[in-house]
Design a protein. Structure first.
Length: 384
C-alpha cells in the first residue's frame, strides 16, 4: 500500500484536449515497453476506437476518458461508458469501464475506478462492469491466467497485478471468458463429430461456403443479421447497428482470409438459400504486429507486410448459428469444416476465443475436439 501522502498527490481529470488524448493513447506503450508478451496495437487503430465523435459505437453510447496524474506524470487511465444499446437490450441499468491501464499502485487504481463509478452512477447506472474496450463486441476482459503467452489478435493482455488492484477496489467476478489452444496435430476429429455434422447437413439441407469477397458488402449485411440473432441469448451480448458492424467489418477486411470465414446456408422450399450461421476466423496478425511496436511509419508497414506472409495461426473469433439451430449441433458442422480448411490454408494452429464460462455447449465442444484451455479473461463488476 502506498502512503497517504502519495495518494493525496494523485489527481484525476477528464480528457479534454489533444495533448491529454495523446497521453491517454500513449500510456500503455510506456507501461509495457520491452514487455515480452504485450503486443503493441496500431496507434491508428487506437485513435479510431477512441474517437468518441466519429466512431459509430458512440452514437448509442456516452463515454468519458480520465487520466490519473502524480507529480505531473500520467500514472493511469480509464474510460467510463454508458452503453444505451446494451441497457435497452438487456433491460438493466449498467455502466461500464474500459481501456484500463495503471502503474502498480493501489491508490492510483482506486482513484480511476472511483472516477468511472461516479460518472456512470451520476447517469443512472446501478452497477459498473468491465473492462470492455468499449463493449463485448470488441476487446474485453482482464487476463487472469495465461500471462506467459502472447495474446491473439483482438485479445487483451495485462500484468497479473491488475486483478489485484481491481479486487482491492471491491470488484468481484461477473463472468470468465476462456481461450482454447488448438492445432491440427492434436485436433480430435472424431467419428462422432463427423456423424453429427453430416446428419445435420442432410437433415436440414445445410451447406457451408467461404465468404465471397467480391460481394463483401452484402455478405457483411447477411452476417450481421445472423450475428444479432445467434448471439442474442448470450450473457452480456449487445446487438450491433448496421453502421457499427460495417465499421468493424471494414477493419477486419484488411486481415480476413476468405478460406476460413465461412457461411452456413440452408436450402429452402421453392429454391434459394438462407444464411443460418457463420464462423469468423482471422489469421493471427499479432505475430506480425509484434515486430513494429504499433507504428506503420516509416518502415512499420513494410515489416508488417513481410511478417504477415509467414502467419501460420488463426483465431476463431465467433462460431454459431441462429437460435433455431443452436440445439441441433450446427457447431459440429463448423468444427468439421475448420478442421479441413484451416490447415489447407496454411493455418495449422490457432485459438478458439473467447467462450463464456457459462456456455456449456461450446466449452464442451472445444474440449471434445482437443482444445486445451490456455487463457482466462475476467469481466468484473461492483455496485455503482
Amino acid at each position: 500500500m502506498k502512503s497517504s501522502n502519495r495518494a493525496a498527490q494523485t489527481q484525476i481529470r477528464p480528457v479534454r484536449g489533444s495533448r491529454e488524448k495523446r497521453a491517454f493513447i500513449e500510456l500503455p506503450y510506456r507501461l509495457y515497453r520491452n514487455h515480452p508478451h504485450w503486443i503493441a496495437p496500431l496507434r491508428i487503430a487506437q485513435k479510431d476506437i477512441l474517437n468518441t465523435r466519429n466512431h459509430p459505437f458512440y452514437k448509442t453510447s456516452d463515454a468519458e476518458m480520465f487520466l490519473a496524474e502524480r507529480d505531473g506524470r500520467v500514472v493511469g487511465r480509464i474510460m467510463a461508458i454508458l452503453n444505451h444499446a446494451h441497457n435497452e437490450f438487456q433491460n438493466e441499468r449498467a455502466g461500464f469501464f474500459g481501456f484500463f491501464e495503471v502503474e502498480n499502485d493501489e491508490q492510483a487504481a482506486a482513484v480511476l475506478v472511483d472516477a468511472a463509478r461516479d460518472w456512470v452512477r451520476a447517469r443512472g447506472a446501478e452497477v459498473i462492469r468491465g473492462p470492455v474496450n468499449p463493449s463485448t463486441n470488441y476487446e474485453c476482459g482482464l487476463l487472469v491466467e495465461g500471462f506467459d503467452l502472447d495474446p491473439m489478435v483482438m485479445m487483451t493482455y495485462n500484468p497479473p497485478y491488475y486483478a489485484e488492484l481491481l479486487e482491492a477496489c471491491g470488484m468481484k467476478k461477473a463472468m470468465d471468458l476462456y481461450a482454447y489452444d488448438i492445432a491440427a496435430s492434436y485436433f480430435n476429429h472424431s467419428n462422432k463429430l463427423q456423424r453429427v455434422a453430416e446428419r445435420l447437413r442432410k437433415k436440414s439441407n445445410i451447406s457451408v461456403r467461404p465468404v465471397n469477397m467480391k460481394d463483401f458488402r452484402n455478405e457483411v449485411g447477411m452476417i450481421r443479421r445472423v450475428y444479432n440473432d445467434a448471439w442474442s441469448r448470450n450473457w452480456g451480448f449487445v446487438p450491433m447497428s448496421e453502421e457499427e458492424f460495417d465499421h468493424l467489418a471494414k477493419d477486419l477486411k484488411q486481415i480476413v482470409d476468405p478460406r476460413v470465414l465461412l457461411i452456413a446456408e440452408q436450402e429452402i422450399e421453392g429454391g434459394g438459400r438462407r444464411p443460418v450461421g457463420f464462423l469468423l476466423a482471422v489469421p493471427d496478425i499479432n505475430r506480425a504486429l509484434k515486430k513494429i511496436n504499433g507504428r506503420l511509419l516509416p518502415f512499420g508497414l513494410l515489416k508488417l507486410l513481410w511478417h504477415s506472409r509467414k502467419l501460420d495461426a488463426v483465431r476463431v473469433i465467433t462460431m454459431g448459428g441462429i437460435v433455431e439451430f443452436q440445439n441441433q449441433g450446427i457447431g459440429s458442422i463448423f468444427l468439421d469444416e475448420i478442421y479441413r480448411r484451416a490447415p489447407a490454408a496454411g493455418l495449422p494452429t490457432g485459438e478458439m476465443s473467447w467462450i463464456l464460462e457459462s456456455n456449456v455447449m461450446m466449452n464442451r465442444a472445444a474440449e471434445l475436439v482437443g482444445g486445451r484451455r490456455s487463457k482466462i479473461y475476467r469481466i468484473y463488476e461492483m455496485p455503482a
